[in-house]
Design a binder for this molecule. Structure first.
Ligand SMILES: [Ca+2]
Length: 196
């Protein structure tokens, strides 16, 4: 009896914690019905080192809900190339401390691809990349996360102050192959979210 009580308490605790975690997050994009404004920008389609071909919603893989954004790319290897998908929208992320996204590549995909978040911020439309790129793992969802708070060192060549997260104009995910690997196929993006 006591054992059952302990189990019941533990379960209540776990579900309470997961509810709390959910309340602290705001999912911006889950791509359940459509691409929600995300696209491969025109300039990227024209640039030789940008190798993203198509962008659509797919039920092949999902981290949140039943579908995700499927970015199909053809990385040739031997040179730095990237595939980028972005959303152009005015955001005020003041209440939040971090932005995250989950990225998946199929288990048949090679190792070596990396991903980062890129935001465009402020009056001057400053292109701001994450300082790090995160290795993708074939067959697994990998979370890419960056701190938005004043003093954050997660953004390349950027002094982050309070205005940074107040005026975000674009959010993008970039997948990179730095000379290797060579890969033609899908990359799945889901669960773009803010954390309080
Ligand atoms: Ca989803």
């Amino acid at each position: 009896m006591r054992k059952m009580l302990v189990v019941a308490l533990a379960l209540a605790l776990v579900s309470g914690v997961s509810n709390l975690a959910r309340a602290e997050e705001r999912v911006l994009f889950s791509f359940e019905k459509d691409t929600q404004g995300w696209e491969i920008p025109e300039w990227a389609l024209e640039q030789e080192d940008h190798v993203g071909k198509t962008l659509e919603v797919s039920k092949d893989a999902a981290k949140d809900g039943k579908s995700s954004l499927k970015l199909t790319a053809a990385f040739p290897g031997k040179a730095w190339t990237a595939a980028l998908a972005e959303d152009f929208e005015y955001f005020d992320w003041t209440p939040y401390k971090a932005i995250s996204v989950d990225v998946y590549i199929p288990k048949e995909a090679p190792i070596g691809l990396k991903a980062k978040i890129v935001v465009t911020v402020g009056e001057s439309w400053k292109w701001t990349e994450m300082a790090r790129t995160i290795p993708l793992v074939p067959g697994e969802w990998v979370t890419i996360s960056a701190n938005l708070l004043t003093g954050s060192e997660d953004w390349k060549r950027t002094v982050v102050d309070d205005n940074f997260r107040k005026d975000v104009r674009k959010v993008a995910v970039r997948i990179e192959s730095n000379k290797k690997p060579e890969y033609s196929g899908p990359i799945y993006i889901d669960n773009v979210r803010l954390t309080k």
